[in-house]
Design a protein around this ligand. Structure first.
Ligand code: SAM
Length: 349
């Protein structure tokens, strides 16, 4: 079939993915990515910067052995729930246990008072977060944490934690529901999205430059580097990242209004390290098909990436997809011509 999205079976399965407004998500590019990569032969697909996991979910749906990685713990847990996990789901009794078992946690209520959610929502988060650790299956814990993360993101305007209070309240129904209502809905969404593709899919939580994975194809979609905008994922999502780790090992910067913790180091935050990281990753995976998502307003630019790829690969193609960034997606403003950037998909064989 030329267009898999015309196949109801595939479209039904893929539509179960519980998406979010994740910065840099390739959600809108999925049909293009699928069409382009369908031309290549590979059994294993390594998503080295998995983010929302939407691209990994696509390739799990079409039957590939998917390996994921992201240095954010909450991205890794979404992947554990939906990519690595094939069968486990949270049942009604477990959800009631998580919500109704009293515990002595009070960290969120105290530390984040009046910042993101009201007192009732904060108490709910404290209770559920404390109880999740008592579940005995790692996949059930991952589903519960993923559902909690998605609940928090859906209730926040723009899904981010860079500002406090209710600025940008767009009146969506999502902002009126309690976190408990969101959590219950999201457990159902995550449960529905669990399936087996008969492959041993695996999730990692590491810096991509420190991990070597055996794979037929590697997909690189790192944060896009531009000199004038920041691509710091931790700054945007610190609250949900901290929540999944119960802030263990994270030092909250008390002088910040948002009570964020120090960002993890990523080479993609400086120009020099970005170039080096691309060169190293391309060299490490020179025996795999290398696919890179990148945009026309980022560095390295198109010609520089082509030179890097051609050093190791004979057959290099670049596909251009015209794309208008939407609000909340990277740092561009609506109605500004600078919005019109091209998305590139480099494929090197
Ligand atoms: C552009 S996003 C990926 C989006 C993803 N393809 C999707 O469709 O949702 C880049 C991701 O890289 C992760 N990241 C940043 N630096 C990293 C590093 N050094 N190693 C691994 N992951 C990193 C971020 O946490 C973020 O999720």
């Amino acid at each position: 079939m030329d267009n898999l999205f015309e196949d109801n079976n595939f479209a039904d399965k893929f539509s179960k993915f519980p998406g979010t407004r994740y910065m840099g998500s390739k959600n809108k590019l999925i049909p293009h990515i699928l069409k382009i990569l369908n031309e290549y032969e590979f059994d294993s697909f390594y998503d080295a910067f998995a983010g929302s996991n939407v691209v990994s979910y696509l390739f799990k749906t079409i039957g590939k052995k998917v390996i994921t990685n992201d240095f954010l713990n909450f991205s890794y847990l979404i992947s554990k729930s939906l990519i690595e996990n094939s069968f486990e789901k949270l049942n009604e009794d477990e959800v009631s246990f998580l919500i109704n078992t009293p515990n002595k946690q009070g960290f969120i209520t105290k530390t984040f008072k009046d910042l993101y959610f009201d007192n009732n929502d904060n108490k709910f988060l404290d209770t559920v977060r404390g109880n999740i650790d008592l579940l005995d299956s790692e996949y059930k814990r991952a589903i519960a944490l993923s559902a909690l993360v998605r609940a928090c993101m859906k209730k926040r305007a723009r899904g981010i934690f860079t500002f406090t209070g209710e600025r940008y309240d767009d009146g969506r129904k999502d902002m009126r529901l309690t976190l408990e209502e969101h959590f219950r809905e999201n457990v159902i969404s995550f449960n529905n999205a669990v399936f087996s593709n008969d492959k041993n899919c695996i999730s990692h939580n590491s810096s991509a430059q420190n991990l070597v994975v055996e794979t037929d194809l590697i997909y690189l979609d790192p944060p896009y580097y531009t000199p004038n905008s920041d691509n710091d994922y931790v700054r945007r999502y610190h609250f949900v990242e901290g929540l999944t780790k119960n802030w263990n090992g994270l030092e909250i910067q008390d002088n910040t209004k948002t009570k964020k913790f120090k960002s993890y180091h990523s080479p993609f935050s400086t120009k020099k390290e970005t170039y080096l990281a691309f060169e190293n990753l391309i060299q490490t995976y020179k025996d795999s098909i290398i696919v890179i998502s990148y945009s026309s307003n980022s560095l390295p630019n198109k010609d520089e990436l082509l030179v890097m790829l051609k050093k190791f690969k004979k057959d290099v193609n670049v596909h251009e997809i015209d794309y208008l960034y939407s609000f909340g997606n990277q740092n561009h403003k609506i109605g500004n011509n600078a919005n019109k950037v091209k998305e590139y998909l480099f494929v090197a064989k």
